[in-house]
Design a protein around this ligand. Structure first.
Ligand code: LFR
Length: 489
């Protein structure tokens, strides 16, 4: 049968990679050809993404990839670039962890009305949603000069293939997309003073986005006829597309920098209860809804390691996890979503302070601290999945944990124990796989979403974790950490 190769450029908040995926009948094989760091850049006006450096790394990755039928780009969500009337980049995009939106977001939410906002965009309130970033930028010179707003993967696709568009899964994270119709909400854009003409036409995953510009072909050694394909450009949407779920009852946790825990639905849930529980309705491929909540995720652990390394006390992950496994259970628990953990200078100190603030003794070793983080994440997974089931009226019988966190056996087991559900871990590279499969589908190499998932299930190595441990101890821990249940902090 036919086999073809596709390049997926997948950029996460801390690293990027270029992966080549070969897809054929019952065949899906991935090779990572490049991996590079994505370090935020602090400039006098705030925290930014170094997008030219990322673009350069993508070009180098494509050179290493060799001949492919097409290229697809996905990245984290919400962050945007502005282009002026000449198509030139108006400064580096802000990083979503920049603190300038902290005051603006609640103000804008209250001005518009939290319920009015949710009724239109169906989004979890996060201070960095694009709508709040744009409200913070209101009146700025860059916004005044802007003719086009591009989300980060759309910017990179523009630089590769020359086309302009807003891919829908990622556009759904801006807060400016109507959750029911899937079209830009001009009314909401005007509410924050945004000239709606900067919003590019929407485009669906699986649609063409041109072919490589001549200088891109020259820089990568690829033929100029190589296609650029619009994929599910929000990394989480690509990851969810590659969840190897077959049949009903499956929930997912896309676990990387963030843990995105929830369900795939046919229609958004826009009820008051859903809003109060701060659930998001993001768009998936083929008109699906990603009904989920952001949980702070492996960021907590990675930031601890970064801080320790900067203090001259680096520690390898396997050693750290082994220590955490030996540490006493339920010694200290934190709410992973506490706002002060979004971007602290010193994560171990911030976690210790969170323990003190809640009347607990801070962990006294690194292993104990990591145990606290992982148990707290497992409890947050449990709470969010139970809420998702309740708010959507769906039953959950098993949990698919995909992304880099699926390599963390302790986190997988703790999540199984906390939820009382079997956890099926993997693939770790779900995002790149989802990116590749959407490209393969446009070439007819794989069928619908269910076919894509069957292919992942049949070809990728998955690990199963049965729930164990003392379920009453988890119930008690849950009551201790989240005494108000679904209520917001
Ligand atoms: C995960 C992710 C989340 C989004 C966050 C910020 O990588 O894309 O889905 O909420 O990053 O963009």
């Amino acid at each position: 049968g036919a086999v073809a190769a596709f390049a997926a450029a997948d950029l996460g908040a801390s690293s990027g990679r270029v992966v080549v995926g070969r897809v054929g009948h019952m065949e899906l094989a991935l090779t990572e050809v490049a991996r590079f760091p994505n370090a935020p850049l602090r400039l006098p006006d705030g925290l930014h993404w170094n997008v030219p450096a990322l673009y350069e790394a993508v070009l180098a990755g494509l050179r290493a990839a060799g001949p492919v039928a097409s290229v697809g780009i996905d990245t984290w969500a919400v962050d945007y670039a502005l282009l002026d009337a000449d198509g030139a980049l108006l400064g580096l995009p802000f990083h979503y962890r920049d603190t300038r939106t902290a005051q603006v977001a609640p103000r804008v939410r209250d001005e518009i009305g939290a319920d009015a906002l949710y009724a239109v965009n169906g989004l979890q309130h996060l201070p960095f949603n694009t709508v709040f970033q744009l409200a913070a930028a209101r009146g700025s010179a860059a916004l005044a000069a802007a003719r086009t707003l591009l989300l980060v993967p759309d910017l990179l696709a523009h630089w590769l293939g020359g086309t302009l568009g807003a891919e829908t899964t990622n556009a759904s994270t801006t807060g400016l997309l109507d959750a029911r119709t899937g079209t830009w909400s001009a009314a909401l854009a005007r509410r924050i003073g945004l000239d709606t003409s900067v919003l590019p036409p929407l485009r669906e995953p699986g649609t063409p986005a041109g072919t490589l510009l001549p200088h891109v072909a020259a820089a990568t050694g690829l033929p100029a006829a190589t296609a650029v394909t619009t994929v599910a450009s929000h990394d989480t949407a690509s990851a969810v597309a590659a969840v190897p779920a077959t049949g009903p009852g499956a929930a997912y946790i896309s676990c990387g920098t963030w843990s995105l825990a929830g369900l795939e639905l046919d229609a958004p849930v826009l009820t008051e209860a859903s809003r109060a529980a701060n659930f998001t309705n993001e768009r998936g491929i083929d008109g699906t809804v990603r009904y989920l909540r952001n949980i702070m995720g492996m960021w907590l652990l990675e930031e601890c390691r970064r801080t320790w390394a900067a203090q001259g006390r680096p520690v390898e992950l396997p050693a750290l996890l082994a220590e955490a496994e030996r540490a006493a259970p339920f010694a200290a628990l934190i709410d992973p979503d506490a706002p002060e953990l979004l971007a602290p200078e010193d994560m171990p100190a911030a976690i210790a302070a969170a323990c003190v603030r809640t009347g607990q003794r801070p962990p006294r070793s690194r292993g104990a601290l990591v145990r606290c983080v992982l148990e707290s994440l497992a409890l947050a997974h449990r709470r969010v999945l139970r809420l998702a089931a309740e708010l959507s009226g769906r039953d959950i019988t098993r949990v698919h944990l995909v992304g880099g966190g699926s390599r963390n056996a302790l986190l997988c087991q703790l999540t199984a124990n906390a939820t009382g559900l079997p956890v099926i871990a993997g693939p770790a590279e779900a995002t790149a796989i989802g990116n590749v499969l959407v490209q393969a589908r446009t070439r007819g190499l794989v069928g619908d979403l269910a076919d894509m998932r069957r292919l992942v299930a049949a070809t990728q190595e998955l690990r199963h974790y049965a729930p164990g441990g003392d379920s009453r101890a988890w119930d008690a821990a849950q009551a201790r950490l989240f005494p108000r249940g679904a209520a917001l902090p």
